[in-house]
Design a protein around this ligand. Structure first.
Ligand code: ME8
Length: 512
């Protein structure tokens, strides 16, 4: 089966920060999980390079917009590399393939009679690239009017093309009703439904007061509204308007992963555009929450923006990937603090996971000549632990399909904790003298359990779990869920044990 997952395309008005890293890591975990599960996966990311906000950022930087976007787009690509993101493609909205596809989409909507020339008069927030009604706004003591997002608004009065969004209200509602999983989490779905039921106004889809955008076909005074341009990336990257390409098999997308701030664009405007173009709509749109830093909103002026490169340099990539998905239930808001990251690392990666591996691997090295022991007759305790581990791929699949990434991690940790309790109980270091065959068997049970744990954690921490599988002697081409059904060969020579997470070496020395 095909599986198409996307990140939002990042605005190039500023450098990447932890919020961007979060979206990318979550989508990467899902893409990697689906690949391990044998799906035919397409994973897309990219940069959103047009619009007033980017034009202004380029001006502030004293650069021509194209030169500016070239530079910042490259920073996002570097971020994806630093984070070990496995995207198959990276689309930039300034690329010819995208401009051609977005133009074709416009033409389709225009030909369908769903775009018409009108007039927009109202408030616009450049920071959000969004329109607001008077009722949405708050006036600050200094007279500035701001949107609910905190972004200042300006009054805009210009001829605009409008998209007949109002005509899609009923079809959208029917789609939501027929597809209860269309939008997640559930609270967001209700919010979107309330928004649609509140009545949809036609949407302004062009701007005529600045130039940095895709020209509207046959009307060079206008550029396309940046959100119509940007949303189209999900299909232009598959070759739209051509629908007979090999890549088109991935449409409709299985999952658009987005931050909660941009849910409405994806869950209301985008499906309406697609319906107007006669194309199927994505299967699911899931919104994750928002990170604050030590309780405060990230802001350049406050100087508390967390740079993902600094974090990775300080703690190692997989600790960062793990922390972001572990610390808060996916879909909720979270607060980032270095203290919380260090504490998760110590208790869960070093003490729970790292320690479990190190404890039995060092015993295999010392007492079994470094050869993977053979399995013996199973006790109830063995069967219970093995069954808990064997259930992981299916239980994680169910959680990944709901984007419950934190719950998926918790499932694995239950087994890791059970593994540590098992080794404490079985005390293989004592069996070495009293019952060596039983010791060998206990160590084998632990190796088999650890292999499953490391395999299901590969999507979350790819490099460290690859190292853990190396330690277990699992061949590189047998790291998938399907391969788990093939037992490891008895007497496989294991490499000398090495700590995967630095602290576990100390712990192991203390305990064994
Ligand atoms: O919205 N916490 O781009 P963007 C969590 N170009 N997530 C955060 C965050 C934070 N503090 N700050 C940002 C755009 N994000 C559009 C998308 S898609 C067709 C166009 C997330 O660079 C944000 O929610 O402002 C979004 O998912 C992503 O970073 C990109 O945000």
């Amino acid at each position: 089966m095909t599986y198409y997952v996307t990140t939002p395309i990042f605005y190039v008005n500023g450098s990447p920060h932890i919020g961007h890293a979060y979206t990318a890591i979550a989508a990467d975990v899902i893409a990697r999980f689906k690949r391990l599960d044998g799906e035919d996966v397409r994973f897309l990311s990219g940069t959103d390079e047009h619009g007033q906000k980017v034009e202004k950022a380029a001006r502030d930087a004293g650069l021509d917009p194209q030169a500016f976007t070239d530079r910042v787009s490259a920073e996002f690509r570097t971020m994806l590399t630093t984070l070990n993101i496995s995207n198959d493609d990276f689309i930039r909205t300034t690329e010819p393939r995208h401009k051609a596809g977005a133009t074709a989409l416009w033409e389709k909507l225009f030909a369908a009679g769903d775009i018409y020339l009108g007039h927009y008069e109202g408030f616009y927030a450049v920071r959000d690239e969004d329109f607001y009604g008077e009722d949405d706004l708050t006036t600050l003591p200094d007279g500035t009017r701001i949107a609910p997002t905190g972004a200042p608004v300006e009054w805009v009065r210009e001829p605009n093309y409008l998209f007949r969004l109002s005509a899609y209200q009923d079809r959208l509602l029917a789609h939501y009703e027929a597809n209860p999983d269309f939008v997640g989490p559930a609270g967001k779905r209700n919010e979107m439904l309330a928004f649609i039921r509140g009545g949809l106004n036609d949407l302004s889809v062009s701007r005529s007061s600045f130039r940095w955008g895709i020209p509207v076909p046959n009307d060079p005074d206008h550029v396309m509204y940046v959100w119509l341009d940007a949303l189209a990336n999900y299909i232009t990257a598959l070759g739209y308007p051509a629908e007979d390409t090999a890549l088109w098999r991935f449409w409709p997308a299985n999952l658009h992963l987005v931050g909660k701030d941009i849910q409405r664009f994806h869950a209301i405007y985008w499906p309406a555009f697609l319906m107007a173009a006669g194309l199927p709509v994505p299967r699911r749109i899931f919104a994750h929450g928002w990170w604050t830093i030590d309780g405060a909103k990230m802001s350049k002026s406050v100087g508390n923006v967390v740079d993902p490169h600094d974090l990775v340099a300080k703690y190692g990539l997989d600790a960062v990937r793990f922390f972001l998905l572990r610390e808060v239930p996916f879909g909720n808001d979270g607060d980032f603090s270095h203290r919380a990251l260090v504490s998760r690392f110590t208790t869960e990666l070093a003490n729970d996971l790292g320690n479990l591996a190190q404890r039995f691997l060092s015993l295999i090295a010392k007492n079994c000549g470094g050869l993977l022991p053979e399995a013996g007759p199973r006790t109830e305790a063995d069967s219970e632990l093995l069954a808990a581990a064997e259930a992981l791929p299916a239980s994680l699949r169910e959680k990944i399909d709901r984007q419950a990434l934190g719950e998926a991690i918790e499932d694995v940790w239950r087994v890791i904790r059970a593994g540590n309790a098992y080794i404490d109980h079985q005390a293989p270091w004592a069996l070495r003298r009293t019952d060596p065959p039983r010791m060998a068997h206990v160590l084998r049970v632990l190796a088999d359990v650890q292999r499953i744990i490391a395999t299901v954690l590969l999507p979350f921490m790819p490099a460290s779990m690859d190292r853990m599988l190396d330690q277990l002697g699992v061949p590189a081409d047998q790291r998938s869920f399907a391969a788990l059904s093939v037992p490891l060969a008895d007497a496989t020579k294991l490499p000398p044990p090495q700590g995967i997470f630095p602290k576990m070496v100390e712990d192991t020395d203390a305990k064994s």
